[in-house]
Design a protein around this ligand. Structure first.
Ligand code: SAH
Length: 390
């Protein structure tokens, strides 16, 4: 097996358990390598670090799969890892829908598997995991006997690995418009054409957190996508709910989901640009009891972080202005590039500009089926905050 030797000062990051090895951390490669090969990694002074897959084309040259020298990376390795991931999800209370594998947090770097009851959606986001796709599908078939498996590899990040973007069936074809149950509500999930893997499971625990504050309330939900938070609000007893999204498609899905749950008389959705509408409604002095914001990442790269923060600040400032004194703001950020501290700071600055005082009700991360591994920063990505706006 090809051996990789790290530079003398092996990063503490790797020693402390981070699975990524960057090109500039490698001193020497002993042997030939092809993208996807399994290699052994050693420190400069010959101490075994782990085994992982290599892609010389990628900035993240090696991603470690194991720290155990005796563990073989084969089909049964992937079966064991996926089985472990499922055991863990069940242990913490997930049965029907969950992120079954959350990449690095399940020690399977660059692999995402979402479980929508009997259906599975996979993303293999690095060369070295792509080559194990068949083994992964086989493991899913063994463990779950699924009704269908689909790959949503239509993601630009694959190109950094020299992989094409694609999507399609990894099982017999099936109707990709499925219905899931979540906390007693039902939602259509469009596995083939929905955003990401079709549905945002990462907010599933947080959606329950709005239960008490929306009772009898006039609610505005911004960045609604398939209408999840809004439909929860209606279900929990809101008086009226308006949901906004820039995508006509999302609004059509949200409308269908409200119908599916018998909540169409309470929920309505509009396809508009949130920045424009919030500004307009602010100038009209419209007021809501609860405003919920769940914007997209605004940036995928560190270089644009300031722009993203400006976006978060603006949307929160505008949102806050629409909250009646004593009402609530429910606000999220889904990029790991904005730390929890920076997010809080941004909301605080928005409140100062809006001349409003905030009282924190709850501050959380993503749902627990997306575990956070301490020391692997990108596993801690979602911020979910509820504040009372005084
Ligand atoms: N709340 C949703 C997820 C929202 S994802 C859930 O829990 O499932 C972010 C959404 O913001 C996407 O649907 C996207 O279409 C929408 N969006 C992006 N930019 C927007 C803008 N300027 N105005 C309104 N919606 C926007």
């Amino acid at each position: 097996m090809t051996k990789i030797f790290l530079r003398k000062k092996i990063g503490l990051r790797i020693a402390n358990g981070h699975p990524w090895i960057f090109a500039n951390e490698i001193e020497k490669i002993d042997g030939n390598v092809n993208p996807g090969d399994i290699v052994e990694v050693y420190t400069g002074d010959q101490k075994f670090v782990g085994k992982g897959y290599i892609n010389p084309k990628s900035q993240i040259t090696v991603r470690l799969l194991t720290r155990d020298k005796d563990e073989t990376i084969d089909e049964s390795f992937f079966f064991r890892k996926i089985k472990n991931a499922w055991d863990y999800r069940q242990k913490i209370g997930y049965t029907e829908n969950c992120r079954l594998v959350f990449g690095e947090a399940d020690f399977l770097p660059a692999l995402i598997i979402d479980k929508f009851n009997d259906y599975f959606v996979i993303q293999t986001l690095a060369y070295g995991i792509e080559v194990w796709k068949e083994a992964i599908v086989k493991a899913l078939n063994n463990i779950f006997k699924p009704k269908g498996i689909y790959e949503r590899n239509d993601v630009p990040v694959r190109e950094l690995e020299g992989l094409e973007q694609k999507k399609g069936f990894l099982s017999e074809p099936f109707d990709t418009n499925i219905i899931i149950n979540e906390n007693g509500l039902r939602f259509y999930v469009d596995i083939e054409n929905g955003q990401k893997t079709g549905y945002f499971l990462d907010q599933q625990d947080n959606r329950r957190a709005i239960e008490h504050i929306v009772k009898g309330a006039d609610v505005l939900g911004v960045f609604t996508y398939t209408g999840t938070f809004e439909i929860y609000a209606a279900h929990y007893g809101a008086k009226s709910v308006v949901g906004l999204d820039i995508s006509e498609r999302a609004v059509a899905e949200a409308t269908k989901n409200a119908e599916l749950n018998g909540l169409s008389d309470i929920c309505s959705f509009q396809a508009v640009n949130a920045f424009d509408v919030l500004k307009l409604w602010g100038s009209e002095k419209r007021q809501f009891d609860v405003v919920m914001l769940d914007p997209p990442a605004f940036t995928k790269s560190r270089e644009n972080i300031q722009k993203a923060i400006a976006g978060y600040k603006e949307i929160n400032l505008r949102g806050m202005k629409l909250v009646k004194p004593g009402g609530f703001l429910v606000t999220s950020s889904c990029t790991n590039l904005v730390s929890p501290e920076l997010f809080i700071e941004t909301i605080y600055l928005a409140a100062k500009d809006a001349k409003r005082k905030l009282r924190q009700v709850t501050f959380k991360a993503q749902a627990s089926d997306h575990p956070i591994i301490w020391g692997i920063e990108n596993t801690n990505y979602l911020k979910f905050l509820i504040v009372q706006v005084l």
